[in-house]
Design a protein around this ligand. Structure first.
Ligand code: FAD
Length: 420
């Protein structure tokens, strides 16, 4: 008996329920990835994907298998592959975006008409969307804190093939490397996770410190499924101080269940009565995108995004708030720019967070507005983060770097005055 395993956003061999179940139940398994021209991905994510697929292929080869790569519509290609190898079934991980769900429905229908078995598995989130629901019959949780309580209680229940207890590496190196594109794939992801766990205790205190750059940087790996989110939580939870980190992974699941219930998250305000009226400020949008707003903390974040395909979470909050609540530019324009450049860009987390910041989404305080200067002084008190990404201001000592408009023009070295 032969089965095709269609890999999508689960590019790993460890704790991959679709892959593990198929290997257990069939004599022959064909691992398949289909490059889908209908799925938008910027150059950064495309390059990361390439690295992740090469790594997956090596892992499969090391286990005596291989990875087939095809181009086109994943439904057509998966069926074609199944017929070519005489498979009787197709398996894949279930996903939540509107596109992923329609792909799944089309594939289920095509399998039925070709008399192939079709099965989906969990694996993209820790808790599958809709596995926990609020009391009173709601389709999903709208507010994070009650979701977190239910998620904590549910976490490892009822999910296929609970992860084996993994022994924790003792004394793993405390290296800090960026998730540069060269580090893509499951092998690098697992190394990163091990070194991260050795240093997780400080996370609660330091994760908002922009210059320290001490968050896990696991997000691109989680986006492409190079790591199982469930395994990450499982391995983290034995460590002192892991709770605030695990809470962030719960935010990821939270937005996935929001997207599952509200497929238009990237284009329509989530809150029905939200104000969604924005200025058409093309020049301001462009200055923001290019990191030339004249507000150093904002420009540092936007330049980090451009240089690394990644931005610190605190900087994402500051830059997104500045675009929507100072420049009054549409959150969709900001979200699309992030989505284009981010290595971890995904529909649930990106647009869910953008709507939270813009006040159209899940924030219980939709009118909150971050002052960029106060945020800069609090989360980059020495100005080191700005100095790293805005070199024309690097000569300005201490926190004076956050207000270059207070200095004589000669000391600003061509850096613009604030556009707002
Ligand atoms: P850590 O702090 O180490 O957190 C661990 C993991 O938890 C992350 O890898 C991520 O998977 C998850 N996580 C952390 N914070 C959040 C959050 N606020 N919402 C959802 N999940 C979270 N995250 C993405 O993965 N993709 C996106 O496209 C994305 N767009 C964002 C846009 C805006 C405007 C904002 C404010 C946040 C966005 N985030 C996004 C969330 C967050 O900024 C990143 O997940 C985080 O910075 C990734 O770095 P890390 O892996 O070091 O995070």
């Amino acid at each position: 008996k032969t089965c095709v395993v269609l890999f999508t956003r689960d590019l790993r061999v460890h704790d991959n329920p679709a892959f593990a179940s198929s290997v257990g139940a069939f004599d022959v398994v064909l691992p398949l990835f289909v490059h889908d021209p209908a799925l938008p991905a910027g150059d950064n994510r495309r390059a990361f994907l390439r690295g992740a697929l090469d790594d997956l292929r090596s892992s499969l080869r090391a286990r005596g298998g291989d990875l087939a790569e095809l181009h086109g519509d994943p439904v057509t290609e998966a069926i074609r592959a199944a017929k070519t190898v005489g498979a009787s079934a197709i398996a894949m991980a279930a996903d939540v975006s509107a596109y992923a769900r329609s792909r799944e429905t089309r594939l289920a229908a095509a399998c039925e008409s070709e008399r192939l078995a079709f099965k989906t598995f969990p694996g993209v989130t820790v808790v599958p969307p809709s596995a926990v629901r609020p009391g009173g019959g709601g389709s999903h949780y709208k507010v994070f804190t009650p979701y977190y309580r239910s998620w904590e209680a549910f976490k490892f229940r009822d999910v296929v093939g609970a992860p084996k207890k993994v022994s924790l590496p003792a004394g793993a190196p405390k290296s800090w490397f960026s998730t540069a594109i060269g580090d893509a794939g499951e092998t690098a992801a697992r190394k990163r996770l091990s070194s991260w766990l050795a240093d997780i205790a400080a996370y609660g205190d330091i994760h908002d410190d922009l210059a320290a750059d001490r968050t896990s940087r696991l997000s691109p790996y989680l986006h492409f499924g190079c790591l199982s989110p469930r395994e990450v939580v499982d391995r983290a939870q034995g460590h002192e101080g892991a709770e605030p980190f695990i809470r962030q992974l719960c935010w990821r699941d939270f937005y996935h269940q929001v997207l599952a219930a509200f497929p238009a998250l990237k284009s329509k305000p989530y809150r029905a009565n939200a104000e969604d009226d924005w200025r058409d400020e093309k020049d301001a949008l462009q200055a923001w995108q290019e990191g030339h707003t004249g507000m150093p903390i904002v420009d540092a974040g936007m330049r980090q995004l451009r240089a690394e395909g990644w931005m610190h979470n605190r900087a994402r909050l500051i830059t997104a708030s500045y675009l929507t609540k100072h420049l009054y530019v549409d959150w969709r324009a900001g979200g699309d720019h992030f989505f284009d450049l981010l290595l971890d860009g995904d529909v649930a987390n990106n647009y869910g967070n953008w709507q939270w910041v813009a006040g159209t989404g899940n924030d219980t305080k939709p009118y909150r507005r971050f002052s960029p200067l106060r945020q800069a002084e609090r989360f980059d008190p020495t100005g080191e983060y700005v100095r790293r990404y805005v070199p024309e201001l690097a000569h300005i000592p201490g926190k004076a770097i956050h207000q270059p408009w207070e200095l004589p023009a000669a000391q600003r070295r061509g850096y613009p005055s604030p556009i707002k």
